[in-house]
Design a binder for this molecule. Structure first.
Ligand SMILES: [Zn+2]
Ligand SMILES: [Zn+2]
Length: 411
């Protein structure tokens, strides 16, 4: 399914701010008695430190916009990179009243004038459970025209300086202000908020990446890394109809989860201690020919040359894991040529992938244990604890559990 491309109406920021001032502070406007409503936003004053919760006035949505009351937000691997200060060239050094977070879902609180359907054409009402894109393809450029909206060079992102109207620009807060033209979809009734939360990042990106890599029925897939992304990839590959799915990870409990998500072979780095042994193991499982698709969800550059050597002739390598700058690898380009290799790298996704991710969750909710992808749910007020715990677990502190934390906005 392809969601229709809705060009964003042009609304000047100044006009928007003026309208907010009006609704928020004009005492003559009785119908805006809720104008005094406030909501919390988590603000990070220093990298690696504690968040502060600040309150901001809840805005009325302008025409075409949607105000969403968030119920859940996820702590994604990239959020941990930001928190640690590993993405300073994007987020500033030091951070300036940084707000962030991008995995989330919630309920429609208020619809702006003119909004009556979601991006799939289904009626949209206040109170409906929804998820949405956290980035904003322009819809009017050659890249968007080619259905590569995740790569749109004019793609707008959230404002990350706390206190910038309309205040609720990111996932770590009580509300989210979906600007006009934003892509939004109903969450199926059968899919819980906990399961839906990572859909707008991890799952949609995995689904989009594997589609671009050309994974299809009957294929053999190698998944490097059984974290949140890798486990979603295993389930998507199974759903697509891959014949054989091989997963590589170091942590025993993750390998056990990989099997629960549909892996045929879960290979441990504890047993296969060198790249050569791991490559040989994949060759042994593929009759000596290699896999149709090999995908990196680790984010450590040394896995790339190793994975490239697991490909069959003409196979496709999918790179998703590397998000922080500096992940340099070295490989013989001649080997790529002689292997007729294809390389696909994926960041973000086209909006149709989120709609398909939600259908995937509905279709497979009883087949795979999605609820096990989130290990801890913290109240928003404990966001600092959520980050410290997720960071500690990601650094291998426990090793027995998945390191995905989520935040609940219910107080
Ligand atoms: Zn994410
Ligand atoms: Zn564009």
């Amino acid at each position: 399914m392809r969601a229709p491309v809705t060009p964003a109406p042009v609304v000047s920021l100044r006009a928007h701010c003026l309208r907010n001032e009006h609704t928020l502070y004009d005492p003559d406007h009785d119908e805006h008695s809720e104008a005094s409503m406030k909501g919390r936003v988590a603000v990070l004053p220093a990298y690696g430190g504690k968040f502060e919760l600040r309150e901001y006035p809840v805005p009325d949505p302008e025409p075409g916009a949607i105000l969403i009351k968030l119920t859940r937000a996820g702590v994604c691997g990239s959020d941990l990179h930001i928190w640690r200060g590993e993405m300073k060239e994007i987020y500033g050094s030091p951070p300036r009243d940084l707000t962030f977070g991008h995995e989330m879902c919630g309920r429609v609180e208020r619809l702006g004038a003119g909004v009556s359907v979601d991006s799939a054409g289904q009626p949209l009402r206040e109170g409906d459970r929804v998820t949405f894109l956290y980035f904003f393809p322009c819809g009017r450029c050659p890249v968007c025209l080619r259905d590569e909206m995740g790569s749109c060079p004019r793609k707008a992102r959230a404002n990350r300086v706390a206190g910038t109207a309309p205040y609720f620009n990111n996932a770590y807060g009580d509300y989210y202000y979906l600007r006009p033209g934003g892509f939004i979809f109903h969450i199926p009734d059968e899919v819980s908020d906990d399961v839906a939360t990572p859909a707008n990042c991890a799952l949609a990106q995995v689904l989009y990446g594997l589609t671009r890599a050309g994974l299809r029925q009957g294929d053999t897939a190698v998944i490097q890394g059984a974290g949140g992304l890798g486990l979603n990839a295993v389930a998507v590959a199974r759903d697509v109809g891959a014949d054989r799915i091989i997963v590589l990870d170091r942590v025993a409990s993750r390998l056990e989860l990989a099997r629960a998500f549909g892996a045929d072979h879960a290979l441990s780095l504890a047993d296969l201690t060198t790249p050569e042994r791991r490559i040989q193991a994949v060759m042994d499982l593929t009759g000596g020919f290699g896999a149709d698709v090999v995908a990196d969800f680790v984010g450590y550059p040394d896995v790339v040359p190793e994975g490239l050597k697991m490909l069959r002739g003409g196979g496709c390598y999918l790179e998703v894991g590397s998000i922080a700058p500096g992940n340099v690898f070295s490989y013989d380009a001649t080997a790529l040529v002689r292997g007729n290799a294809r390389l696909v790298a994926t960041s973000n996704y086209s909006p149709w992938a989120l709609a398909q991710a939600l259908a995937f969750l509905r279709r497979n909710r009883a087949r795979f244990p999605f609820e096990r992808l989130v290990s801890h749910v913290f109240p928003l007020a404990q966001i600092s604890d959520a980050f410290q715990e997720a960071d500690w677990m990601r650094r291998g502190g426990d090793g027995l559990r998945i390191s995905r934390a989520a935040l609940s906005m219910a107080s």
